[in-house]
Design a protein around this ligand. Structure first.
Ligand SMILES: NC(=O)c1ccc[n+]([C@@H]2O[C@H](COP(=O)([O-])OP(=O)(O)OC[C@H]3O[C@@H](n4cnc5c(N)ncnc54)[C@H](OP(=O)(O)O)[C@@H]3O)[C@@H](O)[C@H]2O)c1
Length: 281
């Protein structure tokens, strides 16, 4: 396996097994350089979102790389939209900022934002329709969701003409959200693992430091290798060239079964995922 190895989504599109995260990469040189370094290190899958406020810097880095569009996989996400019209307009803005004719994957960022909480089911159905029309117009290849639990996915699956093929959720050794992972699997939905390094908190876990010593690897490499072993699609983020390269130098070792089990047992050691029905945004 390598960084350009792919999983196949339920709709037949291929998706590189590691994506590059860009949340909290500041718009401007920081986001531009990190994506530039990621592409130079071999990543071909970039994860961004309207809410990250850095799509234009990412678009510039992609364009300047000279890499053919067909060889890249670009994901973006819808944030505070509540209607068909708002979602359609948000897609147009993302395409313009990213300087692309289509995105590979378009996600609903959160299922139940505070402002729409009384009626999230209708809100999600309305914006899903706009996403489906984006697919029909050739502006999007695949559509999916993020931070959805079974109670959010079930009503969406009832009205979806085009099924979600991805659910991007927080997954790292400290919170593996196995109930959602199992639900995803049962519905042919790929689990993308966001915050695979616990937004930096995973580095303080003693058991992982010990494993890093044992294998002569970094904690990040141990955790990302474990993610792939589990069949997840990790999205590590960094703004440092050396770490960006290190986070895809993860294919030349195999964790022993006992060590995988040890990592499976680290629940809660570096924080838990947020409950989407209680988030304050
Ligand atoms: N859908 C959602 O709601 C959602 C939510 C959160 C995240 N995401 C996606 O998932 C991506 C990753 O999650 P995340 O941003 O929370 O963080 P993460 O990838 O779990 O961790 C990133 C943190 O770890 C540090 N780091 C990265 N590689 C390292 C290494 N090899 N050695 C030491 N430190 C290292 C980074 O520092 P430096 O940057 O300073 O190097 C940063 O502080 C996001 O960027 C975003 O694309 C999605």
């Amino acid at each position: 396996m390598s960084v350009t190895h792919t999983y196949t989504l339920a709709n037949g599109y291929k998706i590189p097994v590691v994506g590059f995260g860009t949340w909290q990469s500041k718009d401007g040189e920081e986001a531009y350089n990190s994506v530039k370094w990621a592409l130079e290190s071999g990543y071909r899958h970039i994860d961004t979102a309207e809410a990250y406020g850095n799509e234009d810097s990412i678009g510039r880095a992609i364009k300047d790389s000279g890499i053919a569009r067909k060889d890249l996989f670009i994901t973006t996400k819808l944030w505070g939209t509540n209607s068909y019209e708002e979602a359609s307009a948000a897609l147009e803005k993302s395409l313009k900022d990213l300087q692309v004719d289509y995105v590979d994957l378009f996600l609903i960022h959160w299922p139940n934002p505070k402002a729409f909480r009384p009626d999230f089911v209708t809100r999600n159905a309305n914006i899903w329709k706009a996403m489906e029309d984006g697919v029909k117009a050739g502006k999007v290849h695949s559509i999916g969701v993020s931070n959805f639990h079974e109670r959010h996915l079930l009503p969406l699956l009832e009205v979806a003409e085009i099924k979600p093929v991805v659910n991007q959720i927080l997954v790292n050794p400290s919170d593996q959200q196995l109930d959602i992972v199992e639900f995803n699997k049962a519905h042919d939905i790929l689990t993308e693992a966001y915050s695979p390094l616990g937004t930096g908190k995973i580095f303080g876990v003693k058991e992982l430091q010990d494993l890093a010593k044992k294998y002569g690897k970094s904690v990040a490499q141990i955790v990302l290798n474990w993610q792939l072993e589990k069949g997840y699609l990790p999205l590590p983020k960094s703004i440092h060239a050396e770490r960006i390269a290190q986070n895809v130098d993860i294919f030349d070792f195999k964790l022993e079964a006992d060590d995988i089990e040890r990592i499976d047992g680290l629940h809660g050691k570096a924080g838990l995922a947020k409950n989407p029905d209680e988030v304050d945004f």
